[in-house]
Design a protein around this ligand. Structure first.
Ligand code: NAD
Ligand code: IPM
Ligand code: MN
Length: 358
C-alpha cells in the first residue's frame, strides 16, 4: 500500500469496461473521493481503458504489460465487461476471468442484503431476515476452462466442459467463509449438489466438515436447488453460504433479485492473502439494453466501492458509503424520494457524503 507519512494514499485503478460500466463506476469514484475528503485519506486514481471498444479497435483483450501495471494497484474498481459487438466469452473469459485467475482472486464475496425502501421481487421479508453473504469459489470449478471441442461442424461434434476442484482451492475458500461466519452469526452453509455431483460434492463436503470442526462454526448443508427455494421462501436460514463457482454465480443473481434487483448487488473478487490487488465490481453486467439512457442504478457499484474501502482498511469510509445508499433508498436524502436516474443517484449520494450528511 502506498502510505505516505502525511496521508494514507491508495492507488486505485478504475476499469469502467463496457455498457453501463463507465456510468456506474463514475458515481462510485465520486463517492470514494467524497469519503476520502471526510476521512483524511487520498486516492491516486489510475485509469484502464480495456473492454469491448478497445478490443474492436486494437484486437487486445488484456495485454501482459497492462496486467503487470494493474498488479501495482492497491485495488481495482471495475464496471462491467461484455459487449453485443464482441463474440461471447472473448471479454468475459479473456479479461474478467483472466483477472480473477491471474490475480488469484479466489473468493468472490457477494453480500445479499435487503435494504430499507427496497421492495425486491419478493417484498414480504423483514430486513433482518434477508442479510446473507455468498462466498463463491472464484478460480476453479466449471470456470477453469478445462474441456474442448472435437469434430467441430459435423454431426459428431462433441463439447466438454470439466469442473476442476482441488483440495487446496476448496479449502482456502471454505476457510475464508468460516472466518467470515465466525465474525457474524457463526453459521455456515455449504451449497452444492452432492447427491448428483458425487465426486466434487464429496470433496467439498469433507473439507467443509473438517474446516468447521477446526474453527467451531456450525455447518449446515443444502442442495443448490433447495437453496434457491429457501432463499426465496425462508432466507433467514442462511447467513454465510459457501459454494462453487457456477452455483455461486447463479444464486448471487437470485439474491440480487430478492434484494431489489441487479442494480443493488455488490461484489468483491478478493485475494485474501493480499499478494496483489483485489477487484471490486457490481454483480450485474454491462446492461447493453439500458446503456446510455441514464437509467443505470449505480448502487451496486457504490456498494462494491464500500467493500473495497473495507478491504483497504478504511472501515469508517466504507460504512459511510453503505449508510449513504441506505439513506437515499429510504428517501430521507432528498425531497424527491428515490432517485430516478444515475445522475439523481449521484446527487443524492454526494449530498449524504458531504456537508455532514450520512
Ligand atoms: P446484465 O446484468 O448486464 O443485465 C441483466 C438485466 O439487468 C438487464 O435487463 C439490465 O438492464 C438490468 N441491469 C443490469 N444492471 C443494471 C443497473 N445497474 N441498473 C438497472 N438495471 C440493470 O446481464 P446480461 O444482459 O445477461 O449481460 C450483458 C453483458 O454483460 C454480457 O456480455 C455478459 O457476458 C456481461 N456480464 C458481465 C458481468 C461482469 O462484468 N461482471 C456480469 C454479468 C454479465
Ligand atoms: C458475474 C458474471 C461473470 C461470471 C461472467 C461475465 C464471466 O456473470 O460476475 O457474475 O459468470 O462470473
Ligand atoms: Mn453472474
Amino acid at each position: 500500500m502506498g502510505v505516505s507519512e502525511l496521508t494514507r494514499t491508495y492507488v486505485i485503478t478504475q476499469l469502467p469496461g463496457d455498457g453501463v460500466g463507465p456510468e456506474v463506476t463514475q458515481v462510485a469514484k465520486a463517492c470514494v473521493d467524497a469519503a476520502a475528503v471526510r476521512h483524511g485519506f487520498a486516492v491516486d486514481w489510475r485509469h484502464c481503458g480495456l473492454g469491448g471498444k478497445h478490443y474492436l479497435r486494437t484486437g487486445e483483450v488484456l495485454p501482459d504489460a497492462v496486467l503487470d501495471d494493474l498488479r501495482k494497484s492497491d485495488a481495482i474498481l471495475l464496471g462491467a465487461v461484455g459487449s453485443p459487438d464482441v463474440p461471447p466469452g472473448v471479454l468475459e473469459r479473456g479479461l474478467l476471468l483472466r483477472l480473477r485467475f491471474e490475480l488469484d482472486l479466489y473468493v468472490n464475496l457477494r453480500p445479499s442484503k435487503l435494504r430499507p425502501g427496497v421492495g425486491g421481487a419478493v417484498g414480504s421479508h423483514r430486513l433482518e431476515d434477508l442479510d446473507l453473504v455468498i462466498v463463491r469459489e472464484n478460480t476453479e470449478g466449471l470456470y477453469a476452462g478445462a474441456g474442448g471441442t472435437v469434430h467441430r461442424g459435423t454431426e459428431f461434434e462433441m463439447a466438454t466442459e470439466e469442473s476442476l476442484n482441488t483440495w487446496a482451492g476448496i479449502r482456502r475458500c471454505v476457510q475464508y467463509a468460516a472466518s467470515l461466519a465466525a465474525s457474524r452469526s457463526g453459521r455456515l452453509t455449504l451449497v452444492h449438489k452432492t447427491n448428483v455431483l458425487t465426486h466434487a460434492g464429496d470433496l467439498w463436503h469433507r473439507i467443509a466438515r473438517s474446516v468447521a470442526a477446526e474453527t467451531g462454526v456450525e455447518l449446515s448443508y443444502a442442495h443448490v436447488d433447495a437453496a434457491c427455494l429457501w432463499m426465496v421462501d425462508d432466507p433467514k436460514r442462511f447467513d454465510v453460504i459457501v459454494t462453487d463457482n457456477l452455483f455461486g454465480d447463479i444464486i448471487s443473481d437470485l439474491g440480487a433479485a430478492l434484494t431489489g434487483g441487479l442494480g443493488y448487488a455488490p461484489s468483491g473478487n478478493l485475494n485474501p492473502d493480499r499478494t496483489g490487488p483485489s477487484v471490486f465490481e457490481p454483480v450485474h453486467g454491462s446492461a447493453p439494453d439500458i446503456a446510455g439512457t441514464g437509467r443505470a442504478n449505480p448502487a451496486g457499484s457504490v456498494l462494491s466501492a464500500a467493500l473495497m474501502l473495507d478491504h483497504l482498511g478504511e472501515h469508517a469510509a466504507s460504512a459511510d458509503l453503505d449508510a449513504a445508499v441506505n439513506t437515499v433508498l429510504a428517501g430521507a436524502g432528498s425531497d424527491l424520494g428515490q432517485p430516478a436516474s444515475t445522475g439523481d443517484w449521484e446527487k443524492a449520494l454526494l449530498a449524504q457524503l458531504t456537508d455532514g450528511g450520512a
